[in-house]
Design a protein around this ligand. Structure first.
Ligand SMILES: *[C@@H]1O[C@H](CO)[C@@H](O)[C@H](O)[C@H]1NC(C)=O
Ligand SMILES: *[C@@H]1O[C@H](CO)[C@@H](O)[C@H](O)[C@H]1NC(C)=O
Ligand SMILES: *[C@@H]1O[C@H](CO)[C@@H](O)[C@H](O)[C@H]1NC(C)=O
Ligand SMILES: *[C@@H]1O[C@H](CO)[C@@H](O)[C@H](O)[C@H]1NC(C)=O
Ligand SMILES: *[C@@H]1O[C@H](CO)[C@@H](O)[C@H](O)[C@H]1NC(C)=O
Ligand SMILES: *[C@@H]1O[C@H](CO)[C@@H](O)[C@H](O)[C@H]1NC(C)=O
Length: 394
């Protein structure tokens, strides 16, 4: 036992001597296609001479800065990576513009000259979002509908990544799902493989005497792209009580109920937890439960509710399950609630208004499509200490 500890100590000393202090890779976790991309590779050589800084995307080198070999850095062709030489140096790299192909895993490798030959390799992912070129469009409109006719129209989004979620609004109210259905939108082989996709949603609405009484039919379609901001989780584990395993993050989710539980007494009984998280009014959250690293499904029920208070929304997801014998006998139970926080970005179609004249409806006006609305947020996420992910707009 003592020998093993000693060995670990020696190994730590060796690896400690070889690593570079305070090394950190700072890249935006997400970017919008078209924008430049700035990435920092920070390090403290503690007085030693730099040998090289090498940058890779998905393991392909695209930039190399070796002060000893030549005063100018070398760049290599990698799809979607166009280095701005003037605005790049030993500590950072600027890409002129980004596109879908810019998405991937970036790494920087820093090494020092002999005799120490220290080296460090840091890695971080970049996700590209492609915004649609404009708002969604409404197809299949007729100028006139009579009582008993069916309005049969399709809302089509422009290609984007990720593809948006579409919603129909009739007279400013969300159209019931029984009136809507997904439709195929012609694909573009150039971009489909890269996750850029257009989607369509059909609306089939019979014109009833109630519409005639209301005298107006107002149609609008909204497409929403969800930009993920961060991911956080809370977890409880059996050891030897069912207890929290980490300090709850005040900004993150929190599991309540059945804390400090001795599951030994609870075999075959029903247990329940709530996972609660607060988000800014303009943002949304996606909550997911896992039990022993598997998605909560069979024999477990999940119920989600959202409450609004002022500028905040509180999401509560309830997990109810029967504590099966196997959890108790194996003494292995880990319950985790993971939340992905996202920012919805909305694009709105033209608003089409029909007004009633005796027993028919005529197009009255088609207003302009609204510009996209982006809720202002600025968020910095720290992932595993070393890698700083940085997402923001405006
Ligand atoms: C690299 O360029 C950035 C931005 O112009 C600058 O802030 C930084 O100090 C430069 N680093 C070095 C080592 O020259
Ligand atoms: C609705 O329109 C689509 C094409 O736009 C057509 O394929 C479909 O048959 C129409 N449905 C009805 C009920 O008219
Ligand atoms: C955002 O998070 C959701 C929920 O985990 C996930 O399904 C989706 O793929 C994520 N989107 C991106 C672009 O990473
Ligand atoms: C369980 O959590 C409490 C605080 O909620 C803490 O004081 C206690 O040490 C934890 N017990 C174990 C076994 O982790
Ligand atoms: C979970 O929340 C619901 C209401 O949202 C409450 O009725 C229930 O008692 C809560 N359960 C636990 C275990 O806290
Ligand atoms: C669900 O629970 C019941 C007892 O509550 C058990 O008999 C059954 O095997 C469980 N099913 C699954 C799929 O675990």
């Amino acid at each position: 036992m003592f020998l093993r500890q000693l060995l670990i100590c020696i190994l730590l000393l060796i690896s400690g001597a070889r690593s570079i202090r305070d090394a950190a890779l700072q890249v935006p976790g997400a970017i919008i296609a078209g924008n430049p991309l700035i990435m920092w590779c920070r390090f403290d050589l503690e007085g030693e001479a730099l040998y090289c800084v090498k940058w890779y995307k998905d393991n392909s080198e695209f930039y190399r800065y070796c002060p000893w070999s030549s005063p100018t850095p070398t760049t290599y062709n990698v799809a979607g990576v166009e280095v701005d030489i003037v605005h790049s140096n030993e500590s950072m790299v600027t890409l002129v513009r980004s596109d879908v192909r810019t998405e991937g895993t970036y790494s920087c490798e820093v090494s020092t000259e002999g005799p120490a030959y220290k080296t460090v390799l840091l890695e971080s992912d970049v996700v590209t979002y492609v915004m649609p070129s404009g708002g969604p469009v409404i197809d299949g409109l007729r100028k006139r509908y009579d009582l008993g006719d069916t309005i049969n129209v399709t809302c089509r989004s422009a290609p984007s990544k990720p593809p948006p979620r579409l919603k129909w609004y009739v007279n400013s109210k969300r159209a019931p799902s029984k009136l809507t259905g997904k439709t195929q939108v012609s694909s573009n082989p150039m971009t489909d493989g890269m996750g850029v996709q257009a989607v369509g949603l059909n609306l089939k609405m019979p014109i009833t005497s109630e519409d005639l009484r209301n005298k107006i039919i107002k149609l609008q379609c909204v497409s929403t792209i969800y930009k993920n901001l961060s991911e956080k989780y809370d977890e409880i584990m059996y050891h030897p009580y069912l207890n929290r395993t980490l300090l709850p993050d005040p900004e993150g989710p929190r599991i309540n109920g059945e804390e400090l539980l001795n599951i030994y007494d609870k075999a075959r009984t029903s247990v329940e937890w709530n996972c609660t998280t607060k988000v800014h009014d303009a943002n949304e959250a996606y909550l997911e439960w896992t039990v022993n690293d598997e998605e909560a499904t069979r024999n477990m029920t999940v119920h989600l509710s959202i409450a609004r208070t002022g500028r905040q929304k509180t999401y509560t997801s309830r997990l109810r399950m029967t504590l099966e014998e196997k959890f108790v006998t194996s003494m292995r139970l880990k319950v985790r609630c993971t939340v992905v926080y996202s920012q919805p970005i909305q694009f709105v179609s033209e608003e089409t208004i029909f007004t009633a004249a005796s027993t028919s409806f005529h197009i009255m006006k088609i207003s302009e499509a609204s510009r996209m609305t982006i809720a202002p947020t600025f968020l910095t996420v720290v992932i595993i200490g070393l890698v700083v992910s940085h997402i923001g707009n405006h």
